[in-house]
Structure formats: C-alpha cells, structure tokens
Design a protein around this ligand. Structure first.
Ligand code: ASP
Length: 313
C-alpha cells in the first residue's frame, strides 16, 4: 500500500488503500501526541505556509501544531492583512510565495475549485483546508479516524449526516470517503438544505429526522452555513431546532451505542442540544479535534515523502 498523491485536494481522487495508509500513519501520530515528547522529524528542513482566506479555528491551529510537531518551519499568513486587499489575485499571491520555496502550502478559500487551480501553479505540495462548498479532505479523514477508533471499522456502518448538506464541504468529503469505504450513508435534513439530485450520490435521503436516525451507528451533525446562504432556507432557527436539532428524543432512534459527531464550530440549541454535545458517553467531538492534528501530521508527512522523492528523481 502506497500513497501516490502530489497534493491533497479532495477525497474524490483518493483510492481506498491511500485512505487506509493515511489513517494508519495518523494512528501512530495520535499515540505520539498523547506521549510526553511530541516531536518527530518528518518535516525537518521543510517550510510550511498556511494561507487562510476564510476564518478558521480548529483547522488552522491543528495544521500549525501538526507542522511544528514534525519539525517544519511554519508560517501562517493572515490573508486579511495581505496584498489580496490591494487587489492582487490569488494566483499572483501564490506565485509570490512559491518564489520563496515553500514545501507545503495549506490553503483555505471561499471559492470551490480555487485550491485545485492554485496547485497547478506552484511547485510544492498543496493541501486543501476547505474550498467553498466543494471539499474539506482533512476533515473527512479525521472523521474517519475517529469513527474507526470508536467502532473498530469503517465498512458496513450506517452513518446519518444531518443538517445543511447543500452548503457543506464536510458533507461532500465525508460522502466520498464513507462511500469508498462501503458504509451506508443517509442524508437527513429539510428539502431546502439537501441538493436536488443527492439521491443519485449513492445515499439515502430523509426529511424526517427520526426515520433518518433509526438504527444509525454514527450521527454526524452539521452547522447551518449561513455565510454561504443566499436568502432564507429555514423558517426560523427555533423551528429548525424543533425538527432537525439533535436532542435526546431524536438520538434515542439511533443504535444505543451510536456516536455523535460535529465538525465545529457548533451552535448549541440550533443543530445540537448542548447536553448531548458534552455527553462523554455519546459525543466524540473532542476526539475529532484530537484526531485532526494526527491526520494532518500524517497527510503532510506522506506528501513530503513524495515531494522529496520527486525532487531526488
Ligand atoms: N469547520 C467546518 C468547515 O470549515 C465546518 C463548518 O464551518 O461548519 O467547513
């Protein structure tokens, strides 16, 4: 089993064995991260630049920590303060940074496809940290690692992805990944927040939350992505919580040992009840954050190996 990619732009282009390689390596980094000495040298001598054109808490912090723990020189650029504000295009900014010889470029951008475009213009490895509503590959990988550690496997599980599917890159990357790993995927949400044609993605669609959660092994909640909404998609947040917010009554329809996930940021009382989010017997939300660092270490390590091999050839 080998990891054959030059970049990590999405889950769509990964083969199941490549996903397994990332998760296996991430498992060993998760062990390192729990130990007293959190250092390895996989990225020693390399430069990692993080360019975030959209706000981020977890993703940016964990990419930074991941790079530092692996010995890279890490720089995070605040794109609000950059030349983008002066009218420079994304590509010109990328070419400018490329001239400084980075090895890993981590990019988040509000436009779907922007990170793929950028990867074609630079000579280093590019990691997509979320592009518009398109993909968020490291989120799906950390979700998969969290599920695999909790359930012991990724195949033959019933995973309910609930809420604002339409605007969610997390949903898209998870649908790719769980589909490749032969899990059964259910999309649960109001008709206004599930794209027409979603039923053709190899998933089941439910507009009734209780039915959608019936017998599920994993309940993955999503935030209402208001920043990507153009107009009103729900009658009110109160009504939305009543019908689609995860509370104890709705969760009781899932398997007794079902786990609850959320990529964050979480809006308590909108898509999830705060008590469930904090219930250590059901919620794996903090583990997701923990696995985020391990998965990003693994992804950057594997890309750096390929980069070094290409340069040496
Ligand atoms: N943090 C995730 C993302 O960047 C989910 C969210 O923002 O709701 O897509």
């Amino acid at each position: 089993m080998t990891f054959r990619q030059d970049h990590l732009l999405g889950i769509e282009s990964l083969a199941p064995d490549e996903i397994a390689v990332i998760l296996d390596l991430a498992d060993s980094y998760a062990a390192l991260n729990r130990g007293p000495e959190k250092h390895a040298a996989a990225l020693a001598g390399l430069t990692q630049i993080n360019m975030f054109f959209e706000t981020s808490t977890r993703t940016q912090a964990s990419f930074e920590i991941a790079g530092l723990r692996l010995g890279a020189d890490v720089m995070s650029m605040s794109m609000h303060a950059s030349s983008i504000k002066k009218g420079e295009t994304l590509i010109d900014t990328a070419l400018t940074l490329n001239a400084m010889h980075p090895d890993l470029l981590v990019v988040r951008h509000p436009q779907s496809g922007a990170v793929d475009l950028l990867a074609q213009k630079v000579t280093c490895a590019v990691l997509n940290a979320g592009d518009g509503r398109h993909e968020h590959p490291t989120q799906a990988l950390l979700d998969a690692l969290t599920i695999r550690r909790a359930k012991g496997r990724l195949h033959r599980l019933t995973v309910a992805i609930c809420g604002d599917i339409s605007h969610s890159r997390v949903a898209r990357s998870n649908i790719w990944l769980l589909g490749k790993m032969e899990s059964r995927i259910r999309l649960v949400g109001p008709p206004t927040l599930i794209p027409t044609g979603a039923a053709d993605w190899g998933v089941e669609v439910f507009h009734d939350m209780a039915q959608g959660l019936e017998g599920a092994d994993v309940v993955m909640m999503l935030r209402l992505q208001n920043e990507r909404m153009d107009g009103g998609f729900i009658p009110s947040t109160r009504e939305y919580y009543h019908r689609y917010g995860l509370d104890a009554e709705k969760l009781a329809r899932a398997k007794p040992d079902a786990i609850v996930m959320h990529p964050g940021p979480m809006n308590r009382g909108v898509e999830i009840d705060g008590t469930i989010a904090d219930d250590i017997n059901r919620s794996v939300i903090q583990e997701q954050v923990e696995m985020g660092v391990a998965v990003r270490m693994a992804a950057m390590d594997l890309l750096a190996r390929n980069l070094r091999a290409r340069r040496a050839a």
